[in-house]
Ligand binder design. Sequence first.
Ligand SMILES: C[S@@+](CC[C@H](N)C(=O)[O-])C[C@H]1O[C@@H](n2cnc3c(N)ncnc32)[C@H](O)[C@@H]1O
Length: 272
Amino acid sequence: MSFDGNADPVHIKVVADTDADLLTAEALAKRLRLPIDNSIANGAVDDGNWRLLVSAAQRTLIRPDGARMSIDFTQGKAALRQAQPSKNQSLVRALGLHKLNQAQRQATHVVDATAGLGQDGWIIACQGCKTTMLEESPLVAAMLQHAIEHAMGEPALASIANKVEVINTRSQEYFLHCQCAADIIYLDPMFPAKKKQAKVKKGMQFLQALLPESNNTQLLQHALNAATSRVVVKRPAGAAVIAGSENWHGQLTTVETDATRFDIYHTASLQR
Ligand SMILES: C[S@@+](CC[C@H](N)C(=O)[O-])C[C@H]1O[C@@H](n2cnc3c(N)ncnc32)[C@H](O)[C@@H]1O
C-alpha cells in the first residue's frame, strides 16, 4: 500500500468543503466523536492527514497520500444496475432472487449484515427487495446513509433508495434484539489484508486501513439462527469456508465466479 499505515478513527478530522457545509460538518463531527478541522477545504485537502470532507453531495474520505473515497449510487455502474439482467449477476443468483417474480422480490426482506460501502447491498435493493444494511462502523454507516439519501433525490433511483434502511449496529446485536424477520442474510466479512494488495479495490483498501477484523464465526452463527430462507457468505475463490461452518448440518451449495465464491447455507432446509 502506498499510504501511511492504518487509520485510527480518532485521527480523522472532519472538514467542510465550503462555508455552507460548516454546520453539517460540525454536527457530523459531534455525532461521530471526531475532531473538526475549522479550515474550509474549497475542494483541496492536502495536509498529509486523514480527513472526512463534507460537501452537499458527498462525504469523502481522504487518505494521507491524497487518495479519495466516497460512496455514490447516482454515478457509474451503481446507477445502471437496475437495467442489468438478474441472471447475469452472481450475487443475485446466490441469493436466489433470479427465481422470484417482481411481487415475490418485493415481499422479500434481505439483511446485508456487513454493509460496508453498500455496493452489494445496492445490487440487492435494485432487485426490488426490502434491504436492511447493517454497518458497525459509525463513520462508514454515516457515509452510506448520506449516499442513500443522496440517491433518494434522483427521480430514477428514488424508488430503489426508499427500499433501503441503513442501521449503525453490530449485526450480532441486531439479530439478538430485533424482531424483524429476515428471509435472506448476506455476509461479506472483513478478512486480514493480504501482503499482495494489487487486486484489492480502492474502497476495500480504505476499509482495511480503517476497520478491525471481525469475528466471522460468531456472526455466521447469529445469521444462521435468524434467516428463514438462506444465509449467503461471499468468499474469495479458493478460500476456506468460515470457521464454524463444520457445525452446519443443513444444505450448503455454492455459486462461483473466477474471483469469488458465494457459500449458501439453506436455513429453510432445517427442522427448527
Ligand atoms: C468487506 S466490507 C463489506 C463490503 C460490502 N459488501 C460492499 O459491497 O461494499 C465488510 C464491512 O462489514 C462491516 N462489519 C464487519 N463485521 C460486522 C458486524 N458484526 N456487524 C456489522 N458490520 C460489520 C465492516 O465494518 C465493513 O464495513
